[in-house]
Write a protein of this length. Structure first.
Length: 157
């Protein structure tokens, strides 16, 4: 199947919001935000002033959104450089194992290499996600055990 990878633009807000529901369900969430709320959040995140994130989108031959890579640039990385941080990589199950995820990773690496001062690409996956871990290993990426991730909700009393 032929796919196109391109940056998100405003015409994609609805499709990205719909794909986010699919991603949430993929990860086991049962409490899904209302679609209008997701529309607003996608618009603010990708096209606000300033944008909070960027996204590469995967379109199939019919122009339907079938995957995404959401990322942000973080500072500082090594020295005073910055890094491209991949927050979400998702390819619809009908296109998995067809090289689409690898193409997204290549595009992200190219974006980082083309950006002055960007020293690396970083991302995380859950320890209990063997498919993701196997995917990254198949691309030649080694796991890095040097960090422990912390998370706290901001809306707790």
């Amino acid at each position: 199947m032929t796919v196109t990878i391109r940056p998100a633009d405003r015409r994609d807000i609805v499709a990205v919001a719909e794909l986010i529901e699919e991603i949430e369900r993929f990860y086991g969430s049962t409490e899904i935000q209302p679609l209008e709320e997701r529309h607003s959040q996608v618009e603010e995140a990708l096209f606000g002033s300033p944008p909070l994130a960027s996204a590469l989108l995967v379109e199939d031959g019919a122009g339907k959104l079938v995957g995404l890579a959401a990322y942000s640039f973080l500072w500082p990385a090594a020295g005073s450089s910055h890094s491209l941080f991949l927050k979400e990589l998702y390819v619809r199950d009908t296109l998995r194992r067809q090289g689409v995820g690898a193409r997204l990773m290549d595009e992200l690496r190219a974006l980082a290499a083309a950006r002055p001062g960007c020293s690396r690409v970083e991302w995380m996956t859950d320890r209990d996600n063997p498919n993701a871990r196997a995917f990254y290993k198949s691309l030649g990426f080694a796991e890095f055990d040097g960090k422990i991730v912390y998370r706290v909700d901001t809306n707790t009393g």
